[in-house]
Design a protein around this ligand. Sequence first.
Ligand code: ADP
Length: 694
Amino acid sequence: MKFFVENSRMARLINAYPWHNSSLGTIEVWPPELHNAVSTMLESRIPMYVAWGEEFIQFYNDAYVPILGAKGDDEIGKSTRETWPEIWPVIGPMFRKVLREGESFGFPGFNLFLERGSYTEETYFDFSYSPIRKIDRTIGGVFLSCLETTDRVLHERRMEMLANTLPVAFDSTAAGDFLKESHLQLSHNPKDLPYSLFIEYNIEKEAFSCLSKFGLSNSDPQIKGFLSAEGVHIIRNLSEEGVFESQKILKNGVQFDLKPWQEDPTFCYIIPYSYNHFKCRNYVLLGLSSRTSCNELYIQFFRLCGRYLQHQYEHWQMRKQEEKQLQAIQELSTKKDEFISVASHELKTPLTSAKAFLQIVARSTASMPQIEKFVSGALKQLDRLQKLTTDLLDISKINAGKLDYKITELNFADLLQEAVSNFQSTVTTHQIEVEQNQDAVIEGDSQRLEQVLNNLLSNAVKYSPQATKVVVSSSLIQNYLVVAVRDFGVGIPQDRIHLLFERFYRIEETAMHFQGMGLGLFIVSEILNRHKGRFWIESEQGKGSTFYFMLPVKGLQTVTQEVDAEDHYSNLHISISINKEKKFLYVNWLGFQNNESVRQGCLKMLDMLKKTGLTKVLNDNRSVLGTWSDAAEWVGKEWFPMMEAAGLKHFAWIYSNSTFSQLSAHKSVDILQGKVVTRLFNDGNEGEDWLLKV
Ligand code: ADP
């Protein structure tokens, strides 16, 4: 006879159990309370258990079976003492108290390791023990129900650990250790986080590095000691966070240092973080406990850990930048102090000399020609003083945005001729040769433009004490008037050339040999900017320098000789062709570029890349002249991302000979955003070889 409704496995087992051989006897003779308790238990969906009599003969339902874990589900009819010997010392006294004194017990957060899946699982239960009373109020057995609280317990443990994660103070002397220390804060809960790796991927250098880690070790402490080739591949192509097998990601032989459980962790969770601002992508790799599955709550915990690390990383980067800025401010302030000392010295020298000459004259009984000599000496010094004070006044006007310009239409050839002869009349050491003087009408302030020429000429003379000539030329190139002032003097180191137009800047090595305040070129650059002009320098140390500037010529229209064919495009500034055989776009930039020509050429390139589906560009700047600095930022920040979206992957950039064009190329690459791989080459063939290989 089937006493219990057979709607569960345990009901069937209990019905079929040979009870006649047990101390309880057949089900028909069981007390009704036992019958009722077992029946209620079998119908319940939450884990329940009954232990009857002094022997604690046990019954349980299907929901309870996982709690038995490895013990299996064949424990019906046995004593609790027999099934649970390992915890009997704890629960035995409570069972007896329930049975003898009728006292109920709550038993929260009991830890059990269950074999529920393919692994041993860390679980937690709240147990309740209560008496099963008979009609005569005596107690027949213990009724046990329980509620699984694994999720809550584990979540609370993880959150507690995060709450105890102390913010690590940034110590600038050990900036690198800051990340390591921050990371170690997460190592206090190896049960939930047995190991972790914080990886930085430098997009430009295509290189992985390990920023910090815990719980893992290998003889090779570099990143290649931790990630397998497959791991590197997976991580490089990872766009979304997820669970991965540790075995695939980590290198063979990596040791797990923290051992919360006997077995090694088999999975990890990887979260990518993009941080274009620093040209890096980061990956936080977090080891998963071998004794739990990766559910939503666990993922939440990983995200918080990852966010914490990434936040510390960003904080670290910001602090590094702040330190750089602070250093720059300090340098500027030092420069200013130096300037004040140089300026007072510069002002004092001619003043003392002029005063000395005039004192001699005052006390003198000398003849007229001698007096004239002293007066002319004094006047010369006063001229110098006047030039210095004018420069200082101009600087303060520039700072206040109050430098006035009287713009008129003028012939630059006349202006140049006059400026040169005026200058020549003050100089005896050098011959100023005008090699070419192009007729060109421009719009500008004649006085200010003469000031530009004067500054460049006086520098050319000043910084070429061994030379005897300075060569000036002006010519028309691509509808611009290009003026060059060339000297044969000391030259300028390549790495300083871009700093020359800064306020107060003087090259240290030459500063002590030449008088000056470092203001002239700054004023020149301001005046040229206001004339929509541009300037650049070519120089070789020990051989001399050429200072160029370029002004727009009035009335000359740019003739656009445009060719727009299927596989070729060209205009005055650029020529783009499709190299079908080698599968790249060949782009040849021609002559002077300006903001407009760079943007137009770049957009045409974008257009052709989209049409052809090519992924590589050979960008040849060898024929570029002058500078295109005003477009450099747009190229790096806006155009490259557009090219990336159009499919660009590799970009070989062949340098121009022009130092200033090279500087612009560097600027674009430095601020470049995204994943495009860019390489700069001096040699065209090297650039092409690289493109063919990648
Ligand atoms: P100053 O000549 O008063 O120092 P400038 O602003 O005119 O200031 O020039 C800034 C710096 O640029 C100079 O101190 C010098 O180091 C460098 N410089 C300028 N012109 C030349 C030149 N023709 N040759 C070499 N160095 C030069």
